[in-house]
Design a protein around this ligand. Structure first.
Ligand code: AVI
Length: 321
């Protein structure tokens, strides 16, 4: 057994004073051990995710971008002039440029993201590049209650944008809850949604087990972040990245597997992990076009067009709110 150098670990107040700390303690206490994938995305995790999007094996980003490029004209016609774009989880606001370039005189862009700092910087760059576009960043957790500013006078349709199949990282209940909220704030407009499709498990496996190990580093960054922010003492070489397709549940699961029996000191307690036990860090659900449309109906949308690439790897949906 690894000896905890200090049985109390980092100061319990540092852990209890942070949402990440409290959720990580809870994750280590509960069975099965599981934590929200939202904690992947500190500055380092966001950088690693950007690298994932460039990997040869990670097809979702480039396939979705190709669909959006190919369908830009149709999307612009559906959105109409002076549309207002609301992006959920905007990050660095790069994909939206495809829409802004295609739409007819978009009136306003409301990027919603949890990281206010990141958002302000991204908004400044967009303002510089799109003269005449009002950019109104909303620093909020869009999985919680969301209040949006009233539509600007003379604005056209409100169009939600939720690309990347981020919907797949929610549980089925959370996905329904998110879509219900989106239908409410977009009422009278529409949601443009990206959803990764069910496919040959070998392709899925490769996308989450890339040869360069970037996805493994992204997964392990959760523990590295705990060491940086909470003063935890995870030995990163004592955990292995595991990602596999759970076919009955139509999802990729990511776990951190304990390579040996070890003790983890956190929040004033000592948590034990046996060899082979895991911390479940992410689900990435895959959809069928019909399944996604049925879910959208349940949430209060009227499904419109559904587009996919020729290999049917990824889908983009226009859902009337
Ligand atoms: C952000 N999200 C849609 C990605 C996915 O594919 O589920 C996150 C990711 N996890 C591992 N690789 C990429």
């Amino acid at each position: 057994l690894k000896r905890a150098t200090d049985t109390h670990g980092p100061a319990p107040s540092a852990v209890q004073g942070s949402e990440f700390g409290r959720d990580l303690v809870q994750a280590l206490v509960q069975r099965p051990r599981a934590i929200s994938p939202k904690y992947f995305y500190d500055a380092e995790g966001s950088r690693l995710f950007d690298r994932i999007c460039e990997l040869p094996e990670y097809y979702p980003t480039r396939t979705e971008v190709a669909i959006l490029r190919e369908r830009a004209g149709e999307i612009a016609a559906l959105a109409g002039p002076r549309a207002e774009i609301v992006e959920f989880g905007a990050g660095s606001c790069t994909k939206v440029r495809l829409l802004l370039d295609a739409l007819e005189r978009p009136a306003r862009y409301l990027p919603i993201d949890i990281s206010a700092e990141h958002l302000a910087a991204a908004a400044a760059v967009l303002r510089r590049d799109y003269a005449g576009l009002e950019v109104h960043p909303v620093a909020a957790d869009y999985t919680q209650r969301l209040l949006l500013p009233a539509a600007t006078p003379g604005a056209g349709r409100r169009v939600g944008f939720f690309p990347g199949s981020t919907l797949g990282n929610f549980s089925p209940e959370e996905a329904l809850q998110f879509l219900r909220m989106a239908a409410r704030v977009l009422r009278g407009g529409a949601l443009l949604l990206g959803a990764d499709l069910v496919k040959d498990p070998a392709l899925l496996h490769a996308a989450y087990n890339d040869a360069q190990g970037v996805t493994a580093a992204f997964n392990l960054n959760l523990l590295a972040r705990a060491n940086r922010e909470l003063g935890a003492d995870f030995a990163l070489d004592q955990f292995a990245h595991a990602a596999f397709y759970n076919a009955p549940l139509q999802r990729i699961e990511m776990h951190l597997v304990s390579r040996r029996a070890q003790r983890i000191a956190l929040g004033g307690e000592c948590h034990e992990m046996a060899e082979g036990e895991t911390l479940h860090t992410e689900n990435s659900h895959k959809f069928t076009v019909e399944g996604l449309r049925a879910l959208a109906v349940k949430a209060g949308f009227r499904p419109g067009a559904a587009w996919a690439d020729a290999r049917r790897l990824f889908s983009v949906h226009w859902l009337h709110a």
